[in-house]
Design a binder for this molecule. Structure first.
Ligand code: SF4
Ligand code: SF4
Length: 267
């Protein structure tokens, strides 16, 4: 299965983001609220599997704004899965690349392997997971489309068999060549992805990674990763240690402030 995102149709309403959070039970973090693209761009996070990013750019010498939905691309040959020796990430026959937290050992090889920088790690949890969009696998099994696609009020997201999505994208490009750039992002990138995009503005102006190789990444993922385990695990441990140390310092600082003697003037 696959999805086609038509950037010309997206109005940035973020119904898709809300639907994702509700279906997957993703709560906003402390002090986070439901920050939107209108408030400033948000990034993917362990509790944000899809976000809308807002881009101001130029077209025909006019300032314009375009909205780009981000989530896992569900690659046809996912580098994350090929890098995961624990088999915690796997490509399903239906299309979604899914994560099994019970098998994950937390090595984070998948994070450096993903050419799109999608995966997010729960740095603040004692037993951290690596989280991302699962393409609503349960809904697909029931014959439904992913939650995000089901609520889009403008038809910016079309869902169906990937081949049909590629055909639909080609139809739109040929029937309206003055509108679209002529490129379908995701047809070749990283060997092809299940999420495809068409746009009226060049993809490099919209934050897309346009230097992703066309060759499937798994062909050389392990050739690189097998030389880096000790460096990478060591670096991850260092970052985790620094995070916990900083958090502890912040806690001590707050306690000190709380219990410090109050001046006579009450300050
Ligand atoms: S986009 Fe990244 S996380 Fe998603 S399937 Fe591809 S390699 Fe894996
Ligand atoms: S629901 Fe559709 S129109 Fe609204 S932000 Fe998502 S993709 Fe864009």
């Amino acid at each position: 299965m696959g999805a086609l995102v038509d950037i010309t149709k997206c109005i940035g309403c973020e119904s898709c983001v809300v639907a994702c959070r509700l279906y997957n039970g993703l709560e906003p973090g402390q002090n986070e609220g439901y920050r939107t693209a209108q408030d400033g761009n948000t990034e993917l996070a362990p509790n944000k599997w899809t976000v809308i990013q807002s881009h101001r750019t130029e077209k025909s010498e006019k300032q314009i704004r375009r909205f780009v939905k981000q989530q896992c691309f569900h690659c046809l040959e996912p580098a994350c899965a090929s890098a995961c020796f624990a088999k915690a990430l796997q490509k399903t026959p239906e299309g979604p690349v899914v994560y099994n937290e019970k098998l994950c050992v937390g090595c984070r090889y998948c994070m450096i392997a993903c050419p799109f920088g999608i995966l997010r790690f729960e740095w603040d949890k004692p037993f951290p997971r690596v989280l991302k969009c699962q393409m609503c696998l349960g809904r697909l099994a029931d014959g439904q489309m992913p939650a995000c696609a089901s609520v889009c009020p403008t038809g910016a997201i079309t869902f169906g068999e990937r081949d049909k999505m590629v055909g639909e994208a080609k139809n739109r490009l040929t029937s309206n060549p003055d509108l679209y750039t002529g490129q379908i992002y995701g047809v070749k990138e990283a060997g092809g992805t299940s999420w495809l995009y068409i746009s009226d503005v060049p993809f490099e102006q919209l934050g897309f990674r346009t230097n992703v190789p066309e060759k499937p990444i798994p062909e050389y993922t392990w050739q690189v990763l097998r030389w880096t385990p000790f460096i990478f695990v060591g670096w991850g441990a260092l970052l985790t240690g620094m995070y916990l140390y900083t958090k502890r310092r912040a806690g001590v600082h707050e306690e000190e402030e709380m219990y410090a003697p109050v001046d006579d003037d009450g300050k």
